[in-house]
Design a protein around this ligand. Structure first.
Ligand code: DX5
Ligand code: ZN
Length: 216
């Protein structure tokens, strides 16, 4: 079964509680929270207090995507705020420090993942693959919602699906960026099992129907 992780970056922040409470009855599997620091990406979004506030209003697992430099500095705080899955970009620090971040997330009893930007090759996940519960492949340059899906990322998704099947079959494979009722199909065919969707969910007239469509 394909899971859908709606990105609240496309929610109405004035009505964030309403837009998050809508997700569970609509059949969403996770809530995707995009954390940006204005350094790793050219945008600033949601931080630790907002994750803690969101934790109070939903039982859905919080899928926290850290687009921040040197995430090892902050993973403990995101876990304490209520994140269930914390993903760190492999480009954001040294291998040693990304491994240290993964260990800290696990010590908190949470799931850890690594993320690759579009220009980062599939092989960049190999140092981490046996230590994570999720690998996230970006299908847009991180920083903004509503960008065009990069179909040329799909060979990388296939390649990582091959690594996962061989080395860590329980690991989830998530795609983020530009996923809609059309592009979801090639993501699923390429081996993804979790799809992030921001604008496709929150711009839909019927969110439950849209989430069903995104499952392919
Ligand atoms: C982009 C974020 C995405 C974004 C997806 O940096 O990581 O999660 O919100 O938005 P859509 O689905 O609109 O491309
Ligand atoms: Zn994201």
């Amino acid at each position: 079964m394909i899971k859908v992780s709606p990105s609240i970056l496309s929610a109405d922040f004035v009505n964030l509680e309403r837009d998050i409470r809508a997700l569970s009855p609509a059949g969403a599997d996770y809530v995707h929270i995009d954390v940006m620091d204005g350094e790793f990406v050219p945008n600033i979004t949601i931080g630790i207090p907002v994750v803690a506030a969101i934790r109070k209003i939903t039982e859905l697992p919080l899928d926290v995507h850290l687009m921040i430099d040197r995430p090892v500095r902050y993973v403990d705080q995101f876990c304490d705020a209520g994140a269930d899955i914390v993903t760190c970009h492999v480009e954001a620090d040294s291998h040693e420090n990304i491994l240290a971040a993964i260990d800290k997330i696990h010590v908190k009893g949470k799931k850890a993942g690594v993320v690759v930007k579009p220009k980062t090759p599939a092989s960049a996940v190999l140092p981490f693959i046996d230590r994570v519960e999720m690998i996230l492949v970006m299908a847009v340059e991180p920083g903004f919602g509503g960008q065009k899906f990069m179909a040329d990322m799909m060979p990388k998704v296939r390649q990582i699906r091959g690594y996962i099947d061989a080395m860590n079959p329980g690991c989830e494979l998530e795609v983020d960026g530009g996923v809609d009722p059309n592009t979801c199909k090639v993501c699923i065919a390429s081996g993804a099992n979790v799809l992030v969707a921001g604008s496709a969910v929150y711009k839909a007239a019927d969110i439950p129907a849209r989430i069903r469509e995104l499952r392919g």
